[in-house]
Design a protein around this ligand. Structure first.
Ligand code: F3S
Length: 307
């Protein structure tokens, strides 16, 4: 008897899914979200000054609970309206603007961001020039740099280092964004010290990001073949990018996604092991959903690469 189709010699992967233990919202984002929810629950109309954190899922969920992003055109506020300064903080000028809007302003700046703000103020007070390593457009960096545009140089890499002439005789201090990539920061510090040998550096990376990076690095350190990395978070999240960079540096297939539909099925093709890490503004249940989806991928056909 002839079979109507050719039976392939199929082999199946045994997908091993390892989810990093630290996942869901970090304490800074959780603190801001809890405050927003408790104000909304007490009858306040809560607006956030920009997205509360870089997580679309989180922002959508808050919107569903009536906590919305402040509309730039809005100029009139009622007695029960309140504006939240998000976890990234705000520039001094923005804080002043908000305080003049005639409604309650609640500051939800993350304590780790506050710590860097205080450190920069101290360094500037000691007459130093600060090289601030981070993404120029990130709200945290924008807020920090606005404290003293003349004595803070924002650098995304070696290419942005100021010349010695531009700085003059000032001492140099180096600091990084809370969610900066520690590996890239070390490279930057090394380059900066070649130009400014007496420069002193302080690692401004927050403890939560540092621990999540260490955990992911450990999860992929065994270098098992056919390992892939999924970072559950927004493409716009700096710490999601920092986590993904760990996968890229290890030459592993790496994706950043908030929902499983953001990943094509071919991502799983030939993958035997997946390490899952979470960005700090991703709700834990979104990480759970992606973890269980990946676990169900057991049995992917890998015989001819036509998954
Ligand atoms: Fe704060 Fe670090 Fe989260 S700076 S908001 S604890 S990622």
């Amino acid at each position: 008897m002839t079979l109507p189709f050719r039976v392939r010699d199929e082999k199946f992967t045994a997908m091993n899914v390892e989810r990093c233990w630290r996942c869901g919202l970090c304490f800074g984002v959780r603190r801001a979200v809890n405050l927003a929810k408790s104000l909304a629950g007490s009858g306040w109309n809560v607006f956030t000054d920009g997205p509360i954190a870089h997580g679309n899922l989180l922002v959508e969920r808050l919107q569903a609970e009536g906590i919305t992003i402040l509309d730039g055109d809005r100029s009139r506020f009622g007695a029960k309206d309140c504006i939240l300064i998000r976890s990234h903080g705000a520039t001094p000028a923005r804080r002043k603007e908000l305080s003049k809007m005639g409604c309650n302003v609640v500051d939800c700046t993350c304590p780790a961001v506050r710590r860097n703000e205080n450190l920069i103020a101290k360094l500037l007070g000691n007459g130093k020039h600060v090289l601030l390593f981070g993404k120029k457009t990130h709200p945290e960096i924008v807020a920090l740099a606005a404290c003293d545009a003349k004595n803070i140089s924002v650098c995304e890499g070696e290419v942005d280092l100021p010349s010695t002439d531009a700085i003059g005789p000032k001492d140099i201090a180096i600091l990084c964004q809370t969610t900066a990539d520690g590996h890239e920061f070390s490279k930057f510090v090394a380059a900066a010290k070649l130009r400014f040998p007496m420069a002193q550096s302080a690692n401004g990376q927050c403890g939560e990001v540092k621990l999540r990076c260490e955990e992911l690095a450990k999860a992929i350190s065994r270098r098992e073949p056919d390992t892939a990395v999924i970072v559950v978070g927004s493409q716009h999240s700096s710490n999601a990018q920092t986590l993904a960079a760990i996968g890229h540096r290890a030459s592993l297939k790496t994706a950043i996604c908030e929902k499983i539909c953001d990943i094509g099925q071919d991502f799983f093709c030939g993958t035997k092991r997946i390490a899952i890490a979470s960005a700090t503004s991703t709700p834990a249940d979104a990480v759970d959903a992606i973890t269980s989806h990946c676990s169900r991928q057991r049995g992917q056909r890998i015989a001819d690469g036509s998954c």
